[in-house]
Ligand binder design. Sequence first.
Ligand SMILES: [Fe+2]
Length: 292
Amino acid sequence: MGAEEAILAFGRFMNLFRRLTWLEKRLLVSKLYVQEAEYSHPLLPKEALRVLFVSDIHAGPYFSRAQEETLSRVIEAADADLILYGGDFGQKPQDGIAWLKRQRVQKPRYGSFCVPGNHDRISTEPFERLAAAAAEKGIRALQNTMASLPCGIDLFGADDFRTGKPDGDALRQTAAPGRFGLLLCHNPDALPDMLPPFYHLALCGHTHGGQVALFGRAILSSSIYRSRFLSGWKQLEGADILVSNGVGVSALPIRIGARPQVNLLTLRQGETGRRTLRETEAQVWLQEKETK
Ligand SMILES: [Fe+2]
C-alpha cells in the first residue's frame, strides 16, 4: 500500500468514526461559516454589489448531505448579484458533476461563474465535462478567459496552477483600462507568475486555510509558498487578494484552526479599502436571515 492509499484508508476510517459518534455536530469539519466583508475601490460601480464566493466544496465521501443542504440554503439566502465558484467542486471530477446535478439553476443578476481546481480535472476526466454540468445550472466556466460584466467589472478566470496552465498574458490582453478587474483563480500560487497584476482583487481558494493550521501556519501545506497565501486578505504588488478557507476538506476529514467558510463580499465604490465584518456559523446566519 502506497502512502497516498494509506492516507485515504485512514481518512475513510476517520470519516466513519466521525459519522457514527456524537462528535459529528461538534467538529469543525462538519460546520460552515459565512464570512462577510466589504471591499471598496474607485473603479467599482456606484451601485453596491453582493458577491458570494464559494470554493473547495469537495463534494464526496467527506461532505455529508446535511452539509450540502446547509450550503445550498446559504447560496440561496445570500441573494447575491454574482456567484463565483473557486474550483474543487468535488473530491473527484465525478463527485463535482454529481453535486452540480443536484443543484438548482442559478440566476443571480450578473451571473454565476467558476474556474477549475486541481480536483476538477484528472487524466481520465477533462474539465470540460464538469464545465458542461456547470453550464446546465447556469454556471459559466472561465479558463484563461474574461467575462465583461454589464456593471463595469471585468471578471478574469484563470486556469488551475497544478493541473492546467494559468495564462496571465492572455488575461492581461483582455484587461481594459478604467474598468475594475476581478480575478477568479483557484490556487494563489499562480499569482506570483502573473506580475505585475492586471486585476485589482483576486479571489482564491485551494489552501483550505491549511485545513490543519496552528498559530497561522499549515501543518502540511498544499502551496509552494508554504503559508504565504494561507488564508484571508493578502497583497501582491498593489493588488488585493482574498484567500478563502473553502467549504470542504481533502485527504483527511479533519479541520483544526481553519474554519470552513463561504465569503460574502459587498463591493462598493470608494477609496480602496477592505474590511472583514464578521464570521457567523451558517445555521445562525440562516436563522438571522429568516427573522429579518
Ligand atoms: Fe481544495
